[in-house]
Design a protein around this ligand. Structure first.
Ligand code: APR
Length: 310
């Protein structure tokens, strides 16, 4: 049996962190890829990680490259390539720049790893997932965006701190888009099976939800230069592990919808079953009127970003 192969495209903060976590978990051999101008730093990061292997005792090999031939026959590809929004750049500019990056990355992946499953992190993640889906022509179960695992993790981290209960016992649940347009389902959120709504007063719970919504911005403000990467990388690797180990996890994914929840032809955050075939199922839940209205807003936001795609 061959060891699994994971390519991480974009060797920046998130990509490098995800690569290291994936290697530490021995999910497979890891190929870290960046643009030719960044080839040496990419090789350096990968070599540095590989030199940690004897200390940490992982057998996953890590190498850096700017040549997509080295990614050939990857089982899983994680895309973190792109640019972050800089002062003076409009949101639409960002969409178009990252769309070009997604197009070039997608064509290389479909050329060298036509059977791979792709996880997309690059923002705006719903529109970027859609771009990769269209460019690769891969089936929808094999092009998956990340945002809900991160949003849920943030929510659970805040709740664990609030209640002084282990993070292991906190389960959160979100639908919809990333950040502002996230739709938290607090009625499906628990501490050790006990509904959170019975443990935290509703006003306080709403404050925690609001902090989660702007969780990305909180990190941006604190870092002063750049955006979150430890928790985003951890979220990617949790999804990667579910797929590589065929764990059949129920995790939120940005998935291509064809009628689910009443939406057609867009990528949106929904609960999914993740296993060896990528998204193996989309769970459809009964929503309250308020939740449905919030999800509609989320879908509208996605459509408005998609309107900027070229
Ligand atoms: N091919 C490969 N790599 C690319 C390409 C490309 N065409 N274009 C840019 N990159 C690389 C950059 O050289 C850089 O190393 O992508 C990397 C991005 O890394 P960072 O700038 O450190 O950004 P990071 O914080 O990791 O965020 C990456 O994830 O959370 C999202 O919004 C965030 O879209 C952003 C992405």
């Amino acid at each position: 049996l061959k060891r699994k192969k994971i390519s991480v495209i974009g060797a920046g903060f998130t990509g490098a962190t995800a690569a290291f976590l994936a290697a530490q978990k021995e999910l497979g051999d890891v190929v870290l890829v960046d643009i030719p101008q960044a080839e040496n730093p990419t090789k350096g990061k990968a070599l540095d990680m590989w030199e940690a292997a004897p200390v940490q005792g992982f057998d996953s090999h890590v190498r850096g490259t700017s040549n997509y031939e080295d990614t050939a026959d990857s089982d899983l590809v994680i895309i973190t390539a792109g640019v972050a929004r800089k002062p003076g750049m409009s949101r639409d500019d960002l969409v178009q720049i990252n769309q070009k990056v997604m197009k070039s990355v997608a064509s290389e992946i479909s050329k060298y790893s036509p059977n791979s499953i792709i996880l997309v992190l690059t923002n705006p993640v719903d529109a970027m997932s859609y771009t990769v889906f269209k460019e690769t022509g891969f089936p929808k179960n094999r092009v998956i965006g990340q945002s809900g695992v991160l949003d849920t993790a943030r929510f659970c981290a805040f709740v664990a701190e609030e209640l002084n209960i282990s993070v292991k016992d906190i389960k959160g649940f979100v639908l919809g888009g990333h950040g502002d347009t996230m739709v938290p389902l607090t009625r499906y959120s628990y501490a050790g099976g006990i509904p959170l709504e019975t443990l935290i007063p509703s006003e306080r719970l709403e404050e925690i939800v609001q902090r989660t919504r702007v969780g990305g911005g909180e990190i941006v403000n604190l870092l002063g230069n750049g955006s979150a990467y430890y928790a985003p990388a951890a979220a990617l690797v949790e999804m990667a592990e579910a797929i590589i180990k065929d764990q059949k996890r129920v995790l939120p994914s940005i998935a291509y919808l064809e009628g689910e929840y009443g939406y057609e032809g867009i990528y949106l955050g929904v609960p999914t079953l993740l296993g060896a075939n990528g998204i193996e199922k989309i769970f459809e839940l009964e929503l309250t009127n308020d939740e449905k209205a919030a999800l509609d807003q989320s879908a509208e936001a996605v459509r408005s970003v998609m309107g900027v795609l070229e």
